[in-house]
Design a protein around this ligand. Structure first.
Ligand code: MG
Length: 247
């Protein structure tokens, strides 16, 4: 009986801390487990099999209106904003996969119903009309694949954040990445939180509490060292985006 009581007391002591731990987001998927292939379908799947809360990935709109998943605007000689989809799909990633479309990504996501999706809308140099079109098409595809309740949107483009907020499913939370807008203004813009790099949060540590007081959430990127993860955990962030999601 005493032993049982001791276990219950220990659990009660641990549970609040566990409940408050930041959720872990695998930056560009769990790519270290996918032969280094960032933003690959394998990296998405492996984030789930490793039991990670969410997977982040980057989305572009090609000139012929196909949504593709890749980090860089220019990759292996193709340009996501100016190259036709046929030439983009001819590119292979480090693990041998072809560069994935968002549709292929979301088809894979349907096989991983517990995995949260953190979808980055990439800013487009071709103009805000194309940014608006990308945001609209992403919104439609998220609805079509029924993943709105587990997808968050992030972007360095405040225009894309605002457009998605206007046209996207209401369940999707939208976070700004730029690091230069205080929580009060983010709240005024009706966004759901800030997703800032560690340096920006270190420059404004008070923004974490300010965000929480306004009902916003805070994600920090890209935090790979265990001691840094502990530091931002102690600072009270809600999410940590990392290349080392299992460490
Ligand atoms: Mg990204």
């Amino acid at each position: 009986m005493k032993k049982l009581l001791a276990i219950i007391i220990t659990l009660l002591a641990i549970l609040p801390a566990w409940a408050d731990s930041p959720k872990i987001v695998a930056h560009r998927g769990y790519w270290k487990a996918a032969s280094g292939a960032q933003n690959s379908i394998e990296a998405l799947a492996k984030a789930d099999t490793a039991g990670i809360w969410g997977a982040e990935f980057d989305v572009w709109l090609t000139p012929d209106d196909v949504l593709v998943v890749n980090h860089n605007r220019v990759f292996k000689g193709v340009n996501m904003e100016t190259s036709p989809i046929d030439s983009i799909l001819a590119v292979t990633l480090a693990n041998g996969e072809t560069l994935p479309t968002l549709e292929a990504y979301l088809q894979e996501a349907q096989r991983h119903p517990d995995l949260h999706l953190v979808l980055e809308l990439k800013p487009m140099v071709s103009g805000i009309e194309r940014e608006d079109e990308a945001a609209r098409r992403v919104a439609e595809m998220i609805e079509a694949y029924g993943v709105a309740d587990r997808t968050d949107i992030i972007s360095f483009s405040i225009n894309m954040c605002l457009t998605f907020k206007k046209v996207g499913p209401k369940q999707c939370e939208v976070y700004y990445l730029g690091g230069n807008i205080a929580p009060k203004e983010i709240k005024r813009l009706c966004l759901d939180g800030i997703d800032y790099n560690g340096g920006d949060l270190d420059a404004h540590p008070d923004w974490i509490q300010q965000a929480h007081d306004l009902g916003l959430k805070v994600n920090v990127w890209t935090i790979d060292k265990p001691e840094s993860k502990r530091r931002y955990t102690d600072m009270g962030v809600d999410f940590i985006t990392t290349n080392t999601p299992t460490e």
